[in-house]
Design a protein around this ligand. Structure first.
Ligand SMILES: [Zn+2]
Length: 391
């Protein structure tokens, strides 16, 4: 009898916990600053407002199911793209088409005021982040046109540097020491771009930027900045992650670090294991690329084909929470958020299979004893503060 009573009260406690974190999750404004679905549209013709379960990390109804309130859709092209500005606009067109078909579910917003109104109406607020400054083709007029299409952040570089900002990939390239061009940071024109973004009300994103570029941005910007999808270097020393001094500099600037879910940025053991996996299947990837697939898509198809092997590479879920907590312990709860990189990564951590799994983050934070106020900040409040400060 005693065991039975104990079991009942244990079950009741569990249920209470489930109710509480779900309630917090539903009430909070969940902002994700980096989702690459538009690339899936361009490369594979996937349509966001259809059921893509098992094919992508996200679609419209699953995003709603996961409790996403605000999504920054990433507009991306690699450095090889001919006419990247036109390509960027085509991606924005594809999002606009989805939105015009679903006005009761998703709305494009230009200001934090519109954003809050949309969230209140239980619709997803959509904004755009341009990933890679090469996409406005060194033209401040085109930069402004992107702002007019509701682009509210630009990552100054992707893996490729621009003529005016060096990327993390180039700055950490082993040949970089021989080539000072690879470490030059922001040029005078690069500083002008940061100032222009400040005056328009467009957040400067330092994810993918090299360290020199990062510190030049910190010295130039008059507004808080973001790292839209980067994690913690001290826990996983990858060039795409932020070192402690960078995290401190962002906190001092009033900005925010949006933790990336990519297993290779979360778990330091993944990179080597993933390289071995890719090496093993190299000839197959190469022949797919030679047949005309984009190299990223060629790789992705190998992760799917050899799922038994690739799934083993995923980081433990708990490590995502460790990255969030690391930032909190270093600089406080006001400077961290979520930039999943869903549909731009092949290996999200275990349990975070797709956008319906965001409540697991809330559950983990709740069970660790974080207050509702703290959880609200992490899920989106911090990013909204930075967005507002940029307007
Ligand atoms: Zn990226």
């Amino acid at each position: 009898m005693k065991t039975k009573l104990l079991l009942i009260s244990l079950l009741a406690a569990l249920q209470l916990s489930a109710q509480s974190y779900q309630k917090i999750h539903n009430k909070a404004i969940l902002v994700d600053t980096h989702n690459d679905f538009l690339t899936q549209t361009m490369e594979k013709n996937f349509v966001f407002d259809t059921n893509l379960k098992g094919k992508t990390h996200s679609d419209l109804s699953r995003m709603k199911e996961g409790g996403v309130d605000v999504q920054f859709f990433s507009v991306w092209s690699d450095g090889e793209q001919v006419n990247p500005y036109a390509f960027a606009n085509r991606q924005i067109d594809s999002l606009d088409a989805v939105i015009s078909r679903n006005p009761d579910k998703i709305v494009k917003v230009a200001t934090s005021k519109e954003l809050l109104k949309t969230v209140k109406q239980k619709k997803i607020a959509a904004l755009i982040g341009v990933e890679g400054g090469h996409q406005f083709e060194n033209d401040l007029g085109k930069l402004e046109s992107l702002y007019n299409r509701d682009v509210r952040y630009i990552s100054l570089t992707w893996n490729n540097s621009t003529p005016w900002a060096t990327s993390a990939a180039d700055e950490t390239n082993p040949d970089g020491a021989k080539n000072s061009e690879d470490k030059k940071g922001l040029t005078a024109f690069g500083k002008q771009i940061v100032q222009k973004m400040n005056s328009l009300g467009m957040m400067v994103d330092v994810s993918h930027s090299g360290e020199q570029t990062f510190y030049d941005v910190i010295a130039t910007t008059k507004k808080p900045i973001i790292a839209s999808h980067s994690s913690v270097y001290a826990l996983c020393p990858h060039p795409r992650n932020l070192k402690d001094d960078q995290i401190k500099a962002i906190a001092k600037n009033g900005g925010v670090i949006q933790i990336n879910f990519n297993s290779g940025f979360i778990d330091p053991t993944v990179d080597n294991r993933e390289s071995a996996f890719l090496e093993k299947h190299k000839s197959e990837i190469d022949s797919l690329a030679q047949a005309g697939l984009h190299p990223f898509i060629a790789q992705e198809s190998i992760y799917v084909k050899y799922a038994d092997e690739s799934q083993q590479l995923r980081a433990p879920f708990e490590m995502v929470i460790q990255h969030i907590e690391y930032v909190i312990n270093l600089v406080g709860v006001d400077y961290v958020g979520i930039g999943s990189d869903f549909d731009g990564i092949f290996l999200p951590p275990k349990q975070l299979d797709d956008v319906t799994d965001y409540p697991l983050i809330t559950k983990a934070l709740f069970e660790k004893g974080y207050s509702e106020t703290a959880i609200d900040k992490i899920l989106g409040g911090n990013l909204l503060r930075v967005l507002k400060a940029n307007e």
